[in-house]
Write a new protein. Structure first.
Lengths: 55, 515
C-alpha cells in the first residue's frame, strides 16, 4: 500500500504543478492572442468590403 | 431526497451572489459585444482557424473542464479514494498513445469527415449513417440527461439551498439560461468567454486545492482514507475496490473518449493537418489528466471533511449503502463550508460558466446530428438550409425539455460517472467496432456494421434501474466489456457471413484510401 500512497502523492503534485504553470502561461499568452484574433477578423472584413464580397 | 432535513449552512453570502450575478451578466455582455465583430456565419469558422495557440489551449481546457465532469469525478473520489486517480492517469496515457500513433483519428482527418455518421455513409451505406446517427444522438442525449441535475446539486450544495423546490427552480432557471445562451450563440464570443472561464476556473481550482490541503492536512487526508477504505482506497486493482475489470473498462473508456466521441472527433477533424492532430492529442493528454485528477482530490477531501464533522458524518456515512444523489452532494457542501466569502463566489461563477458552455456545445452537437445525419439523409438531402436551421433549433428546445424531465424523474441508482460511461457506451461500443473495422479491415461489411451498432444497445443493461427491472445485478464494467467483445465479434461474423456486393473487388479501407 505504501507504494500506491507515494505513487498517487507524486502524481498529484506533478499534475497540479504542471497545471499551475500552464495556467500562468496561457493566461498571459491568451491576452495577446485575443488582440490578434480581433485584428485578424477586422482585416478580413476590410478586405471583403474592399472586394465587394458578401456572405 | 428531501434536503430540508439536512439543515446545512455554508459560507455563501450575499457578496458571493453578487459575484455570480456579475459574472453571468458580464459573460453575456461580452458575448453580445463580441458578436458585433461577426459579420457573417463564416466568421465562426474563421475564428476557429485564426485561433492562436494560447487561446486554443484555453478553449480546449475550458471545454474539457465542465461542471458535470467535476461533479462526477468528485463523487468518484469520494467513493473510491485515491484509487480513483487511476482513471485520470489511464485517460492521459491513452490520449498520448492516440496522439503518438494516430489511431483512428488520423485516418478520419485524412478522409476529411466532420462527423462519425458521415464516415459511416462514406465507408458503408446511407442506412448505416441513419441508424448510427440515431444511436449516436440518443446515446448523447441520454448521456447529458443528468447534466442539469448534477449542476443543480452543485449550486444547492455550495450555496446551502436545501429545499427540493429550490432544486427544481434552480434546474429550470439554469436550463432557461442555457437555452438563451445557446440561441444568442456567440460565434467568436464562445472563444473569448472560454478564455475568461479558463482564467477564473484556474485560479479557483488552485486556490481550492490549497485551502483543502491547508485545512485538512495532507497526512490527515491519507490517514483517513486508509482508515475508511484500507488498501482498496489506493490500489485500483484491489478486489474490494475497483478491481481489474474496472481498470480495463477505464482503459477502453479513455480510448473512446478521445478517439470516438463525437466532440473529440470534430476537434481532430478541424485541425490544420494530421501533424497538428497528433500534437493536439499529445498536449491534450495533460488536460485529460487534470480534468479528472483535481476533482477526484476534491472528492477525497470531501470524504475526509465529512468524516471529521459529526453533523455531516451521520448524513454521508449512515451505515448502509448511500444514495448516489447524496454522494454527489458531498463535494459542493465541503466547498461551501471550506472556502471563504468571495472565493466561493468566484469558483461558483466559473463553474456555472463551464456548465453553460458544455451545454451549449452538446445541445448544438446532438441537434446537428439529428438534423444532418438522420433527418437529412432520410429526406434524401432535399432539406433546404433554412429548414435545417429551423429543425436544429427545434431539437435544441426539445432536448432541453427532455433534460428537465429526465433530470427530475430518473432515479440515478449508481455513480454518475458509471451512468455516463454506460449511456455513452450505447453509442461507442458499436461505433468502435465499426470505426476500427471500417478503417483497418477491408472485409468489414455493411451487415457487420449494422450488427455491431445493434450490440451497442446491450450496454443499456449497465443501467441500474433496468437491471432491477430484469432482476440482474452486474457491475457496469462487466456489461460494458462484454458489449465491446460482442460488438467486435458481430462485426467480424456478419462481415464474413454477409459481405458487401462486389466482394471480389474488395473496397479499400479508409486507411488505404487516405494514404
Amino acid at each position: 500500500m505504501r507504494f500506491w500512497i507515494d505513487f498517487w502523492t507524486v502524481t498529484f503534485l506533478v499534475g497540479v504543478g504542471v497545471f499551475a504553470l500552464l495556467a500562468v502561461v496561457v493566461t498571459i499568452g491568451g491576452i495577446g492572442d485575443i488582440r490578434s484574433l480581433f485584428k485578424s477578423i477586422s482585416e478580413q472584413h476590410e478586405s471583403e468590403t474592399g472586394s465587394g464580397q458578401a456572405d | 431526497m428531501d434536503l430540508n432535513a439536512l439543515n446545512f449552512s455554508t459560507n455563501f453570502s450575499t457578496l458571493d451572489w453578487w459575484i455570480v450575478a456579475a459574472y453571468m451578466v458580464g459573460t453575456l455582455v461580452i458575448g453580445i459585444l463580441v458578436t458585433r465583430y461577426v459579420a457573417n456565419m463564416a466568421d465562426y469558422v474563421v475564428a476557429g482557424r485564426a485561433l492562436k495557440p494560447y487561446l486554443a489551449v484555453a478553449t480546449m481546457i475550458g471545454t474539457e473542464l465542465g461542471l458535470v465532469t467535476v461533479m462526477y469525478s468528485a463523487q468518484k473520489g469520494f467513493t473510491g479514494g485515491f484509487a480513483a486517480f487511476h482513471i485520470a492517469v489511464v485517460a492521459a496515457v491513452v490520449t498520448f498513445f492516440v496522439g503518438l500513433t494516430g489511431f483512428i483519428v488520423v485516418p478520419l482527418r485524412e478522409m476529411g469527415v466532420m462527423t462519425i455518421p458521415e464516415f459511416y455513409e462514406r465507408r458503408f451505406s446511407r442506412g448505416v449513417r441513419v441508424v448510427g446517427g440515431f444511436i449516436l444522438a440518443a446515446s448523447g442525449i441520454l448521456n447529458m440527461g443528468m447534466f442539469l441535475k448534477a449542476g443543480s446539486l452543485f449550486v444547492t450544495g455550495i450555496t446551502g439551498m436545501t429545499s427540493d423546490l429550490h432544486l427544481k427552480l434552480v434546474m429550470t432557471g439554469l436550463l432557461v439560461l442555457v437555452l438563451v445562451y445557446t440561441i444568442l450563440g456567440g460565434m467568436v464570443s464562445v472563444v473569448i468567454t472560454d478564455y475568461v472561464q479558463f482564467v477564473v476556473l484556474s485560479f479557483g481550482i488552485l486556490v481550492t486545492c490549497g485551502f483543502a490541503i491547508s485545512e485538512l492536512g495532507w497526512d490527515n487526508i491519507i490517514d483517513t482514507v486508509v482508515k475508511l477504505k484500507g488498501e482498496a482506497g489506493f490500489n485500483p486493482f484491489h478486489s474490494e475496490g475497483f478491481g481489474t475489470p474496472y481498470v480495463l473498462w477505464m482503459v477502453f473508456l479513455g480510448l473512446i473518449s478521445c478517439s470516438v466521441w463525437q466532440t473529440a472527433v470534430m476537434r481532430a477533424c478541424a485541425a490544420e493537418s494530421t501533424k497538428v492532430v497528433r500534437k493536439q492529442y499529445m498536449w491534450s493528454s495533460i488536460g485529460f489528466l487534470i480534468r479528472f485528477l483535481i476533482p477526484y482530490f476534491w472528492g477525497i477531501s470531501a470524504l475526509v471533511y465529512a468524516y471529521h464533522h459529526p453533523a455531516l458524518r451521520a448524513f454521508f456515512f449512515p451505515g448502509h449503502e448511500v444514495d448516489p444523489n447524496v454522494t454527489l452532494l458531498a463535494m459542493p457542501v465541503m466547498l461551501g463550508r471550506l472556502l471563504p466569502v468571495g472565493v466561493i463566489g468566484i469558483l461558483t461563477a466559473g463553474m456555472l460558466a463551464a456548465f453553460m458552455s458544455t451545454h451549449d456545445s452538446y445541445l448544438l452537437c446532438w441537434s446537428s446530428v439529428i438534423t444532418q445525419d438522420v433527418i437529412a439523409p432520410l429526406a434524401k438531402e432535399r432539406l433546404s438550409t433554412r429548414a435545417r436551421i429551423f429543425l436544429a433549433r427545434l431539437f435544441i428546445f426539445l432536448i432541453g425539455v427532455f433534460l428537465l424531465v429526465w433530470g427530475l424523474w430518473y432515479p440515478l441508482g449508481q455513480d454518475l460517472w458509471d451512468y455516463m460511461a454506460i449511456t455513452g457506451a450505447i453509442y461507442f461500443v458499436g461505433a468502435f467496432a465499426v470505426l476500427v473495422g471500417g478503417i483497418y479491415w477491408r472485409r468489414a461489411s455493411t451487415a457487420g456494421a449494422y450488427a455491431a451498432l445493434a450490440c451497442g444497445l446491450l450496454a443499456l443493461f449497465g443501467l441500474k434501474p433496468l437491471q432491477q427491472l430484469v432482476h440482474l445485478d452486474l457491475g457496469s464494467e462487466i456489461v460494458g466489456l462484454w458489449s465491446v467483445g460482442l460488438a467486435a465479434a458481430a462485426m467480424i461474423a456478419f462481415s464474413f457471413l454477409f459481405p458487401d456486393r462486389n466482394a471480389n473487388a474488395l473496397r479499400k479501407t479508409a486507411a488505404e484510401e487516405s494514404s
